[in-house]
Design a protein around this ligand. Sequence first.
Ligand code: SF4
Length: 153
Amino acid sequence: MLNGDGLRVVLWVAGCSHCCRECQNPVTWDPNGGLPFTGVERAEIFAELDKGYISGITFSGGDPLHPANITEVTTLAREIKVKYPKKTIWLYTGAVWEDIQNEEIVRYLDVCVDGEFELEKKELLLKWRGSANQRVINVPATLREGKVVLHQD
Ligand code: SF4
């Protein structure tokens, strides 16, 4: 419930090179950390997404767009988009939108929360993000309009 609209499945991946000061998940920085992602975990995700009350999936970490993750996360996002077209896909990344907008994965995203966590811009009351520099981006509208459109709650 804290990682996007509704009740969601969340996949936290290992691997992040942004090294934000006071990151809440430094345990996820090591791309060799975490648990292996096998057919069992994959089946668990799809079983959860099958449930009517699940709004969609959120990819977080770590950084799902870290070089160690982006290929597999893109494949998973593509499959989920095809199988569950009415469910939403959110993704958190330390990269900024302008640097990732041409990646294949953005075509499958509904919302992208971008940018590193910046301690001096931390605000406790922000929704879906930790620091004011980060943006909660409506991806389809952004792609359509060719400029960043923010997600409206
Ligand atoms: S991008 Fe996220 S996971 Fe990576 S260091 Fe920054 S806050 Fe931590």
